[in-house]
Each structure stands twice: as C-alpha cells, then as structure tokens.
Design a protein. Structure first.
Length: 443
C-alpha cells in the first residue's frame, strides 16, 4: 500500500462520515486546541511564576521572623515581634525548646506546595510540612539548634486561587461560545440536509414540489441546479412518453382499418390468414408500446399493505390458471404506487409461468429493506444475458415468435417501476433449478 492510499484509508476510518459531525469537528477542535494551549502556557508561565513569587515572599517573612527572634533575646520584645508578624505578615509563628528532627524527612509536594517546598530550603534548617486541610493551611516545623519554630501559613499566602477561577472561566466560555456556534451551524447545515432529502425523495419517485432553495448562496445555487435538473428529467420523460404514446395510438387507426378489410375478404385464402396473423402481432406490439408509455405515468403514492397487494395479485393470476406459492416472514405497510407495483409483480409471475411449472413468490423484510423475489423451475437465463433482458425490445428468442414471449418490454417496464420506487432488481439462480428475480425496495 502506497503512502497516499494509507493516508486516504486512515482518513476514511478516523474522520466522521456525516456532514454535521465533520462540521462539529471543524468547529470544536480549534476551540479545544486553543484552550489547551492557553492553559499550558498559563500554568507553565503565569501561574507557576505567581506561585513561586508568593512562596518566596512567605519564606522571606519566615526568615525575617527567625532573624528578629535571634536579634532580641528579651522575651517581652520577642512577644511584640511575634504579634507584629502575625498581624502584618499573616503568619502564626510559635517557638519552643529545641527538638531532635526525625531521622527521615519526606515532604511530599502537591499542587499547592509544589513551589513552596523548594523555597523553604532557603531557610537552611530541617523542616517538616504538614497539611491542615480543614483549616486550609500548612504547619511547618523548623528544627534549629537553639529552638524549634512552628509556622502556620494559610493556603492563600502561597497559592494563587485564580487557577481554579481561570479553569472554570475557560470551560464556561468554551461551552458558551461553542453552544452559540452550534446554533448558527445547525441553521447553515439544515438547508444542505433538506437538499439531500429532496434528492433522495426524487430518486425514490416521491413528490418534492414543496422543496424550496434556502440557506447560503452556494447552497441556494446547488438547490436551484437540482430543481433545474429535475425539470429537465421530467420534461425528457414526458416528451418520450407522449411521443411513444402518440405513435402507438396513431398506428391503431390503420391497423383497425386493415383488420376490418381483412375480415370482409375470403377467410379461406391462406394469404388472408397470414395477413390477419401479422395484423394481430402488430396490434400486440402497439399495445406493448402503450403499456410501456403508461409505465411512465403519474400515479400517486399511497400507503399500501404489501402482503395484501401481493395476495390479491396472485389470486388474480390463480384465476388465470397459474398456481403460485407465497411465502412471507412479516407484514409491512409502506408508500408505493399500488398499480405499478401490482403490474410489476404480474409481469414477473407471468414470465415465470410461461417457462416453469413451479413458482414461488417470497417477501422478506429486514434491515430497512423489502425484498420480493419470484423464482421458478424453468430453464433460466444464461448469466451473460441477465442484464440484457432488461433492455427495451430485447428478446432471448431472436425469431421474436409471439408464442415464446412478448415484444421485449415487460422486464423493461418492471425495471422502470422498481427504479421509480428507489429500488433495484437483479437475477440469480433459483434453488428450484430455474431463475430467481429479486426486487429490493428501501423502507
């Protein structure tokens, strides 16, 4: 695999597929990166620098208190000094007799004392730091040669609480501005989603007359181009349908006159019989063309019980002498063109009955898909010709004998009906030994 293919594969696996998800990623990712970088810079520079300076200031006050305690041996003076330090520096300093420091001193730093512990080394005496969580302060015991000093320092003296304020402000502002951006983004993406839905419905043959261009200029241009394409397709279909229907209708008039004239002639003449057979064949072809033209009609979509539609169709075929087995795994009601779907099934079953003696119609509902299959035990169709039989006027019997089939439009009409419903149709081998025609419709 080349590097280009690897990058493309990784992009397809990692990036979200939907437009909304990708837009959210484009919107949120820069905000998150910006906040992360800002936070890192703040913690590494501003917050760490402020905490270090606060810690150094506290240590300077402690050093001053110890120096003044050594400079004034009189107890009355020392008491006044301690009161002054307690009021001005905010430190509670207490002195007692000298004590032996612990053999092993382990002062574990945390978020608050990370900068204070290194600064306390400047005092030059062993010390033990104890966190007083409930009092929101620390107790530091210094073991000096002549005495022991205990200092209680509030957290606010050496730790900047603006850290949490900054973190909450970053989070709140990010959520606030992201929420506002999401609202605007939804309004911008909604026209694209509606255009996508309209294109999907048009492909399924549904009415999209209520669709109107909206949104940004580029989206409106795309929507207008889509509507123009829809009108061109409709105009092309209507022109083809009118032309074929007009030609077929006009041919009926001379054919009717020819049939009347032949009926008035001597029927014992073999040539007359052959001519009558040719006229009947031409009428059958013209009727096939008219059926094909009607297949491009504007039948309205209706909510239909598919099981009942198939059952009614097969019952009508049974009256015509065809015996068909129907297998269904689930009931389903969906929007279809009822007459078109019935005609589609009628074509497939009559074709199967023409070549086979056993016919099975199956209906399966699974994974938002309706599958209707028709299979028989006839001779089947060679795999290389299964796609050709859907072409207009194509017949496997090149002699075009009327006894072996129609004019070659039945499967073409069937395919057009299936495609108009947004489905697809294909052929495969049947377990009965013949051909299986499968129609798939989206639910």
């Amino acid at each position: 695999m080349s590097l280009k293919d690897f990058i493309r594969s990784a992009r397809l696996r990692l990036l979200p597929r939907r437009l909304w998800s990708r837009a959210m990623l484009i919107l949120v990712l820069p905000v998150v990166l910006l906040q992360v970088v800002s936070s890192i810079l703040f913690y590494d520079n501003h917050w760490q620098s402020v905490s270090r300076r606060l810690a150094l200031g506290v240590v300077s006050d402690i050093q001053g208190a110890l120096a003044m305690y050594d400079a004034f041996p009189d107890q009355a003076d020392r008491d006044k000094i301690l009161d002054i330090i307690r009021v001005s520096a905010g430190l509670d300093v207490r002195f007692s007799a000298a004590r032996t420091p612990p053999a092993v001193i382990k002062n574990k730093p945390n978020t608050r004392t990370a900068e204070l512990l290194p600064a306390l080394e400047r005092v030059g005496a062993p010390f033990v730091l104890l966190n007083l969580t409930e009092a929101r302060s620390v107790l530091i015991t210094f073991y000096l040669p002549d005495y022991t000093a205990e200092v209680i320092i509030p957290y606010k003296k050496f730790f900047s609480t603006t850290t949490y304020v900054f973190a909450w402000w970053v989070l709140f502002s990010a959520l606030l501005f992201t929420g506002i951006a999401v609202l605007f983004l939804r309004n911008q993406i909604r026209p694209v989603l509606r255009l996508s839905e309209a294109a999907k419905n048009f492909g399924l043959g549904r009415d999209i007359d209520k669709f109107k261009p909206e949104g940004a200029t580029e989206v409106r241009q795309a929507a207008l181009s889509f509507l123009q394409m829809r009108d061109r397709i409709r105009r092309h279909i209507d022109e083809r349908t009118r032309m074929l229907a007009g030609v077929s209708h006009d041919l009926r008039t001379p054919l009717t006159r020819m049939r009347l004239q032949l009926a008035m002639m001597d029927s014992s003449d073999d040539n007359i019989a052959d001519l009558q057979q040719d006229v009947s064949e031409m009428e059958r072809m013209v009727n096939g063309y008219l059926d094909f033209a009607r297949g491009e009609g504007k039948e309205k979509i209706e909510s239909t019980d598919i099981v009942k539609l198939i059952s009614d169709t097969l019952m009508g075929l049974h009256k015509n002498g065809l015996s068909v087995q129907f297998i269904c795994n689930s009931a389903l009601t969906m929007d279809v063109r009822r007459s078109d779907l019935k005609r589609c099934l009628w074509n497939l079953v009559t074709n199967a009955g023409r070549y086979g003696t056993q016919i099975v119609v199956s209906m399966t509902v699974a994974d938002k898909t309706l599958e209707i299959s028709v299979e028989d035990n006839g001779p089947g169709i060679p795999p290389e010709k299964r796609e050709d039989v859907f072409k207009a006027f194509f017949r496997l019997d090149e002699s075009r004998n009327a006894e072996t089939g129609g004019v070659g439009l039945g499967l073409t009409i069937t395919r057009d009906i299936v495609l108009a419903h947004g489905g697809k149709i294909y052929m495969t081998d049947s377990t009965l030994g013949g051909l299986k025609v499968v129609m798939l419709f989206p639910i």
